[in-house]
Design a protein around this ligand. Structure first.
Ligand SMILES: Cc1cc2nc3c(=O)[nH]c(=O)nc-3n(C[C@H](O)[C@H](O)[C@H](O)COP(=O)(O)O)c2cc1C
Length: 192
């Protein structure tokens, strides 16, 4: 039997960003999405501000999001740089994902600097990514420039900001190794 640390290490190492090309047509049960969201709520949070906010986007709303992203792309890219392929892919990706979470931060400027809230939200996203991995749900964090302009679509409040879209879907991707240089190259030990 594997120890807790072995199981955890395996989930951490096996987690990969799984993109929409590998998603299959299979609905993620609501309870599974709720389980993934629940894990976000256990992220560390300075002064307990719990700044992570999520918008669960599915079904018709997901189609509307695809249209919104494509329109935002068209309206914000310089006309000579517009690519029809990119425009179409924005619509296609939202179609292929079963569920998309908007990753939003709620700021508390009276309590904390913005970076601490963003760091906390990123911890929450990692919790979700690991839980998704453990449930064989593919997922990845997408951060297209258009998210700057999604506030109205998401009906965000003044102290909230969207930092990405978390695409999710069951998938047929083969396990692949992480592409990383050794940790030893990124660590300095001070012991003296
Ligand atoms: C904050 C953040 C934003 C990201 N944005 C994108 C993105 O816009 N498009 C994309 O293809 N991948 C995006 N990714 C996923 C990375 O491409 C991915 O994590 C990286 O390639 C390493 O692969 P792995 O997650 O499988 O280990 C993002 C990841 C993070 C943490």
């Amino acid at each position: 039997m594997s120890s807790n640390s072995e199981i955890l290490a395996q989930i951490i190492k096996n987690r990969r960003s799984v993109f929409t090309d590998s998603y299959i047509e299979k609905e993620i049960p609501r309870e599974v999405i709720e389980q993934i969201l629940e894990s976000a709520n256990y992220a560390p949070t300075h002064k307990l501000t719990q700044p992570w906010r999520f918008t669960v986007i599915r079904k018709t709303a997901k189609i509307k999001l695809g249209e919104e992203l494509a329109t935002l792309y068209k309206n914000t890219v310089a006309p000579e740089k517009f690519l029809q392929k990119k425009y179409d892919s924005l619509v296609l990706k939202t179609q292929k994902a079963d569920c998309i979470l908007a990753l939003n931060v709620q700021y508390h400027p009276d309590k904390l600097p913005a970076w601490e809230e963003l760091a906390s939200m990123a911890c929450a996203v990692q919790n979700m990514a690991l839980t998704a991995e453990s449930l064989n749900v593919g997922a990845y964090w997408s951060s297209p420039g258009m998210i700057e302009h999604l506030g109205e679509f998401l009906e965000l409040k003044e102290n909230e900001k969207c930092y990405g879209l978390f695409y999710m879907g069951y998938h047929n991707e083969q396990p692949r190794e992480a592409n990383r240089t050794p940790i030893a190259e990124k660590v300095t030990w001070m012991e003296g």
